[in-house]
Design a protein around this ligand. Structure first.
Ligand code: G
Ligand code: G
Ligand code: MN
Ligand code: NA
Length: 253
């Protein structure tokens, strides 16, 4: 209960911050995007993981406020990067959206955050987990269509870990599948079957793929061979705060 009150205050005072993890083109290894990840540095308890505070936010009705903060701050940062570092800026930023945010108010919230910061919709990706899509498939489908009509990109996060039917997937206006990092980890044990199948499926459906959790060069090379579009992982770049990410993008290019 105390945590709920503290989280409410952290959201109101904007002391939830974002870190940005670069996402790279597979062939040329150029950073083309970032994923925004929420961080909470608690004054007494220290770092609290989103694995802990996102569920707390979901159970306490704070998730929409948290979601708005993440959307607004990501769009603000992207717009700042365009102004200050120009061509070195990432082309796109992805935000994670909870199942509970997938309601009729989301498209309007996304549209107004984009407009407030003068960001083109094609520069934003909304990531939705496979399980969130399956919680209420019909409602999710409607929201996804509205988001896609705005022009934002749509990625299915942690793909392969849930139970979304392929028949259903075909009717969702998604643009990208993010291969769950558990399958990328298996590559190191010579097990490429799932990753290979997901990338092939994505290709057939005309979707991009992001391989998550790339930690070794060997994994990156294998993923290149399998035809993954993008790579993301600690082996390529760690998530970084806004200022550190600015320096990273400037020196990287
Ligand atoms: O960044 P990290 O590995 O600590 O993230 C742990 C989990 O928290 C991941 O599943 C990630 O998607 C989720 N997460 C991180 N930031 C956000 C956010 O802003 N909103 C939501 N809904 N989930 C987030
Ligand atoms: O569920 P989602 O894919 O949104 O989770 C993103 C989280 O994955 C980030 O919070 C980040 O901390 C974590 N992550 C990113 N790259 C790696 C990696 O190479 N290895 C591991 N174990 N986690 C990673
Ligand atoms: Mn994600
Ligand atoms: Na994921």
């Amino acid at each position: 209960l105390r945590l709920v009150a503290e989280l409410r205050e952290a959201i109101e005072q904007r002391s939830i911050s974002l870190v940005y993890q670069p996402i790279f083109g597979t062939g040329d290894r150029r950073p083309v995007a970032v994923e925004a990840l929420a961080r909470w540095q608690h004054p007494q308890r220290g770092h609290i993981s989103p694995v802990v505070f996102v569920p707390v936010a979901e159970e306490s009705g704070l998730i929409s406020g948290l979601g708005l903060l993440v959307l607004d701050e990501t769009c603000r940062q992207m717009s700042e990067w365009s102004r200050t570092i120009g061509a070195a800026a990432p082309q796109r930023a992805a935000v994670n959206v909870s199942a509970l945010q997938l309601d009729a108010s989301l498209p309007g919230q996304v549209e107004s955050a984009l407009r407030r910061h003068g960001l083109s919709p094609s520069r934003l990706t909304v990531e939705i987990t496979e399980s969130a899509l399956m919680a209420d498939p019909r409602a999710a489908r409607q929201v996804l269509h509205e988001l896609r009509e705005l022009g934002v990109e749509l990625a299915i996060d942690d793909f392969g870990t849930g139970y979304s039917s392929l028949a259903h997937l075909r009717h969702l206006p998604v643009t990208c599948l993010k291969v769950d990092r558990s399958f990328v980890a298996e590559l190191s044990d010579g097990q490429a079957a799932i990753t290979s199948a997901i990338i092939a499926l994505a290709g057939t459906l005309g979707l991009d793929t992001v391989a998550e959790g790339v930690e070794t060069d060997a994994q990156a090379t294998l993923l290149d061979g399998l035809g993954a579009t993008y790579l993301q992982g600690f082996g390529l770049a760690m998530p970084m705060g806004g200022r550190e990410a600015t320096d990273w993008f400037v020196t990287r290019r």
